[in-house]
Design a protein around this ligand. Sequence first.
Ligand code: NAD
Ligand code: UD1
Length: 336
Amino acid sequence: MNILVTGGAGYIGSHTCVALLEAGHSVIIADNLCNSKAENVKKIIKIAGQEITFYEIDVTDSQAIEALFKNYKIDGVIHFAGLKAVGESVEKPLSYYYNNIVSTMVLAKACEKYNVNKLVFSSSATVYGDNTVPFVETMNLLPTTNPYGETKAMSERILTDIAKANPAFSVSLLRYFNPVGAHESGLLGEAPNGVPNNLMPFVTQVAKGKLDKLRVFGNDYPTVDGTGVRDYIHVMDLAEGHVAALNNLTKGVHIYNLGTGQGTSVLELVHAFEEANDIEVPYEFIERRPGDIASCYADASKAERELGWTAKRDIVAMCRDAWRFEKKLKDLVETD
Ligand code: NAD
Ligand code: UD1
């Protein structure tokens, strides 16, 4: 199939493009590079050994998107493009609602106009709020604590309503748990701007000596060792989950958790990283981060049952691949 990948130059999108090409699909990327670099497109081509088409366009620009649909025979869309920093979304709610909601609507409208009936959407486990773990797709969604999370819940609702009104439309809503790690070549990975908000990039930067130590947010949660528990998933497993979702797409709305089903605490992850890479990660405990929940992990059985997909790579592979990528990164700014 000819797949339009919005946000395909970004972290998860770039790995998914590799998996799509390896599965025999063709790829057209639409990305405005607001949080990624064009060189990622070259790296995708290098890893997969295949050409792709890249357009530097904003997905909220309906004319530019419609021109793409007019000029290419698109069989399906994977919609990654979006802003994703939780803290920033609280400071700039309008940017988040505009970018994340309008892009979804522009794409859905172009799909309708050009009769493209397959869409896969990047949602997040954040839509479950503070439900009881493990999170199952049938649970009622709870309010999230920030505008970013709300844009995911709203986009899910918008796409669900569109699919209800148009029986030919097939939508897969993929709720990601915590994507970490990198392509095993060490070429593609997660390179956040400034000081990382998320755990794994913080850990790799401490290991590299860019940051002095990890601050563990709270050690009094009701978990195995008092630190927060999450379902870390290797980004290449996540990427392969998209290929499975696309290949198995049938009419209507389908929701899948993409996680491992396994909870790992902050300390367990730190120790796994130290062992996998034979390197020390100094840390200290500080107070809880506002908005954090104690535990978040998936019931991942629906994706296995219906898509035949399960995560294959373990926490050691995630730590090893994340570190390989960090070591290869050229540090333009060492003083973040
Ligand atoms: P990312 O920032 O690396 O990738 C997003 C890409 O979208 C970037 O390349 C950015 O330049 C592009 N983009 C953003 N707005 C755009 C627009 N209006 N037009 C064109 N391009 C635009 O983030 P990621 O981690 O790869 O996340 C991809 C998707 O998955 C996002 O929708 C994110 O919300 C969702 N998600 C991510 C995580 C995670 O932990 N990384 C978890 C759950 C869901
Ligand atoms: C964050 C987002 C969430 C998003 C998810 C995946 C917040 C509040 N939530 O979730 O919306 O869907 O990423 O991208 O940002 N931790 C530390 N020290 C650190 C960083 C993290 O102890 O410096 C802990 C956290 O308290 C948590 C765990 O590590 O227990 C994972 O944190 P993080 O990587 O930020 O992901 P989430 O909190 O799950």
